[in-house]
Design a protein around this ligand. Sequence first.
Ligand code: SF4
Ligand code: SF4
Length: 379
Amino acid sequence: MANYKFFPEIKKNFGFGCMRLPMKGDEVDTTQMNDMVDYFIANGFNYFDTAHGYLGGKSETALQESLVKRYPREQYILTNKLSTHFFQKEEEILPLFEQQLATCGVTYFDFYLMHAQDGAIFEKFKRCQAYETALLLKEQGKIRHLGISFHDKADVLERILTEYPQVEVVQIQFNYVDYEDASVESRKVYEVCEKHGKPVIVMEPVKGGSLVNLPQEAQQVFDDLHADMSYASYAIRFAAGFPNICMVLSGMNDMTQMQDNVSYMKDFHPLSDLEKEAVQKVCNIFRSMNIISCTGCHYCVLDNDCPKHIQIPELFACYNEKTTFHNWNQDYYYHNILTRNHGKASDCIKCGKCEKICPQHLPIRMLLQDVAKEFEQHG
Ligand code: SF4
Ligand code: SF4
């Protein structure tokens, strides 16, 4: 199934999300990154997605090295984003944009997205004339398409698309667990895009890895259906099967993940009825567990100066691991590694700074109380 109807320059409905990349220590593993880019392009894909803050700026430079310097410009689609943390006023937007072009080594971006829009960030972008500036850049040919990435409820998206009908594409969090989730509202958000005639790009199709590292009971459901299909394949094909979805992004840490993703997205087929039934069963299993919906984006740590230096995503992952897989080693990690030089969950002074940043709108302060109860009272 092709999605060329939306943007003819996009060759396939699967994109290389560069928020996560192969790493060697703190640096991008350039050799493996080159191989992954080559493999991706050789298999007919051409869409790459980055942002200025991804990997502390190393995502943009890695793309310059592995993609831009090694392939002609017309052979790939490059998406970048205007992120709220890098500007405070209108005058700062153009210099930031030029810096992004220079860091990537290109003269234009195919898509430029107003990053992580929610009600509050949208108001700031309006105050700073961010949409107007991006539209001007489009007129100048420095942006081919204007879009947004979005993290809020459906009514906020309705407002944005009504105020800025010039937005051409919307990137949303969409996966089979969040589809009917009351806080993420994937289905409702998707329907607003449809109503406004905006194609959708999917981020987090595997929910930050949660739909790959499945609980045993859920693994069994998929294993009974096809022993040789990866768990990620169900999540990615679920998202790509919706008619208004033009692109599914996947962050890939290594060549093995890329080969897996490419194997079923090269010649994409939506889920069969039997596979959809299995996904529904897995979804029900997932919902019955008390899992914290943290995607591990680390915004609450990187863009926030937590007064207690609490490693929020790691504590949540540790909690999920213990409650989902009954992995008691997590008690050791919690006490001896995660909180040895950082705050414990119970150290949280409830200032709320992290919650203002979290794109998932997680009640972090409340969830940390659950973590504290699990590890500090029972542990
Ligand atoms: S609410 Fe707690 S975890 Fe969040 S920034 Fe404040 S002290 Fe840190
Ligand atoms: S708590 Fe929120 S901001 Fe922090 S890593 Fe998880 S999803 Fe991201």
